[in-house]
Each structure stands twice: as C-alpha cells, then as structure tokens.
Ligand binder design. Structure first.
Ligand code: ADP
Ligand code: ADP
Length: 237
C-alpha cells in the first residue's frame, strides 16, 4: 500500500508544483496520472521515490516512511520502487540480459561478462521476465540493436527484476508510435494485475489511460481534481 498525505513541492524558483496531494494506491491498483503540461505529474512521480525532495507532507510505502529517510538511506527506496522511464535508460553496450540483471543488482557493474557471475537463480528469473515481455529470442542482443518497443520491454523486465513493491512509470510511450504504445500499455497493466503490483503511470495520452487503467487521477495546478474510474471522467468533463 502506498499512502501519500498532503504532499507539497515548492521549487527554489518559487513554483508550487504540488499543493497538498493525498491519495492511496492499493495492491493491484493501476493508476493513470493525467493532467495538462505543468500540472505536477512528473514532480509527483519524482517526489514518491525522492528523485525530487518534497517540501511538506508524507509518502509511505508499506512499512517504509519514504519522506523520513535520510539522504544516505535513499537506496532503500530505489530498491523497493521500480521505475520505467520514457527514454528507456538502457545501457546501450550491454546485452538485454545484462540490462535486466543490472536491475536486479541495482547498479551497472564494470566487469566483463557479468552474466556468469550471477547465481543461476537470478539469471533464470531474468530470463522468465524477458520471456514474459516477449524477448526470449533477444536476450543476447545488445540494447542498441533493438527497436523502441523492444527497448521499453527491456525497461519493463529490468524494473520487475528487482521485485518491486510499487512501480512508477513516467510517460512510457512518449517516444513510441500509436500501435506500439498500446501494446506497451497493455503489457504493463497485464503484468501489474498478474502480480497485484500497484503502479502509477504518468500518461500523456488520455485515450490510452481510458483504454487500459482502472483508475485515473487527474492533476491540475498541483492539485488532485479527479480520482475515479475512466467512465466517471466523462461525467466530470
Ligand atoms: P507535468 O509533469 O504535469 O508537466 P511538472 O511536475 O513537470 O508537471 O511541473 C509542475 C510545475 O513545477 C510547473 O510549473 C513547472 O514549471 C515546475 N517545475 C518542474 N520542475 C521544476 C524545477 N526543476 N525547477 C523549478 N520548477 C519546476
Ligand atoms: P564490442 O563487442 O562492441 O567491441 P565489447 O563487448 O567488447 O564491445 O565491450 C565494449 C565495452 O563495454 C568495453 O569497454 C567493455 O569493457 C565493456 N563491457 C563489455 N561487457 C561488459 C559487461 N558485462 N559489464 C560491463 N562492461 C562491459
């Protein structure tokens, strides 16, 4: 369970990006975050894993009080929250398998052929994940040899490899074509449901949100202005 209470973010420039945001996300909830540019979506995602420091309020993930952790303890948050990014953030010169294993490890090692240094169980887990996202035939390819959709599939497998308690997804389809975007959104939502893994997806495309997620949170000027199923969005509009 993720619980956010009265979360506020004021940047040094004076911009108030979040003005008291509160909501909870239960296991299996896949939340689509929507709102106009500048509404605070990416500030919210980043405050949850403390890539950005909130100025007030609290974020709790199960037994972990994220907002109370010291800077030296932030690794704890990063280990427990999986991130999927718009730009995939893969290590280009490494293979698909190595990218996913680096997710399990939490950093990219500098030694060569590190697949062999992993316990077989980790390699098996990584392979099962790659199979699930449809990349079983591509495990030994270098990341830079893949298409955009395949790269995002690696990103998904890498985030899952750390066995996260929460998935944060920031504009996963922003650099993909419409058909690939739908495939990627469907895959993310299906996998979260299979694992009852709670997720917050910052979606720039409202149509995609309507199609795939069960719950939408609408932000405007740093405030939650909508929280409900996609059907209710029509009445609110
Ligand atoms: P969204 O993701 O919905 O487009 P953001 O979270 O990026 O919204 O931005 C929310 C508000 O915070 C905007 O007014 C934006 O200008 C401001 N903002 C975002 N990042 C920074 C930053 N690093 N420094 C100062 N202001 C920022
Ligand atoms: P190429 O096959 O394109 O010549 P290499 O696989 O030989 O590339 O490696 C390119 C660079 O990446 C080298 O600097 C190498 O040390 C590094 N590298 C290769 N494999 C790994 C790995 N498993 N982990 C970290 N760095 C690696």
């Amino acid at each position: 369970m993720l619980t956010i209470e009265a979360l506020e973010k004021r940047y040094k420039t004076g911009d108030l990006a979040l003005r008291g945001v509160s909501f909870s996300v239960a296991p299996g909830d896949v939340v689509g975050l929507i709102g106009p540019s500048g509404a605070g979506k990416s500030s919210l995602i980043r405050c949850i894993n403390r890539l950005v420091e909130p100025t007030a309020g609290s974020v709790r993930l199960n037994d972990l009080d994220v907002t109370r952790l010291g800077r030296g303890e932030l690794r704890k948050v990063r280990r427990r929250i999986g991130m999927i990014f718009q730009e995939f953030a893969l290590v280009e010169r490494l293979t698909v398998m190595e990218n996913v294993l680096s997710g399990r490890l939490g950093y990219v090692p500098f030694w060569r052929s590190f697949t062999r240094r992993y316990p077989q169980a980790d390699v098996d887990t990584a392979f099962a994940l790659l199979d699930r996202v449809g990349l079983a035939d591509h495990v030994d390819k270098r990341a830079d040899a893949l298409s955009g959709g395949q790269r995002q599939r690696v990103g998904i497998a890498r985030a899952l490899a750390q066995n996260p308690e929460l998935l944060l997804v920031d504009e996963p389809t922003a650099s993909l074509d419409p058909k690939t975007s739908r495939q990627i959104m469907r895959l993310i939502v299906e996998i979260c449901r299979e694992r009852t893994l709670p997720a917050i997806v910052n979606i720039h495309d409202v149509m995609l949100a309507r199609m795939f997620v069960g719950r939408i949170i609408g932000l405007r000027a740093g405030e939650v202005v909508f929280d409900g199923p996609p059907e209710a969005l029509d009445d609110a509009a």
